[in-house]
Design a protein around this ligand. Sequence first.
Ligand code: FES
Ligand code: FES
Length: 167
Amino acid sequence: MLTLSVNGQSHPVDVPDDMPLLWVLRDVIGLTGTKFGCGIAQCGACTVHLDGEAVRSCVLPVGAIGQRAITTIEAVGNTPSGQKIQQAWLDVDVVQCGYCQSGQIMSAAALLQRVPNPSDADIDAAMSGNICRCATYVRIRAAIKQAATGKQELLQTLVSEPKGAAP
Ligand code: FES
Ligand code: FES
């Protein structure tokens, strides 16, 4: 029996140590906001925070987590950086199909927590492992910058662009 700290609550779980965290979150605890994409740490859909750091839950065995705090998309809005990122996502209207977006938001919130005013290079480094089949990359970048600066002027350059324009 393991006890996981998820979104500020203790969850005793009777699972094998080598079960990936993603399976425990979705199928045992019932938090389905975190998505399965590739299962091999290549797409970022399953991103959660471990002590505030973005990790791929599809390849993280629960037995390796210990007492570290897990935060998922269901609770990231309770953190200052997560709140800013989620509001910017709404303001910029980032989402298309939505499948990748919980992972995108988790990576972006971890970046903003670590680097309050990220450069383009910082954003590229933090977000390059999060794939979006709908190609929302331009809006993701704009939303991260808006969350960091609080300025909305960046949006004006997007008004005439179709959603899904390639980065
Ligand atoms: S499902 Fe984990 S990185 Fe793709
Ligand atoms: S919004 Fe559809 S995959 Fe990213």
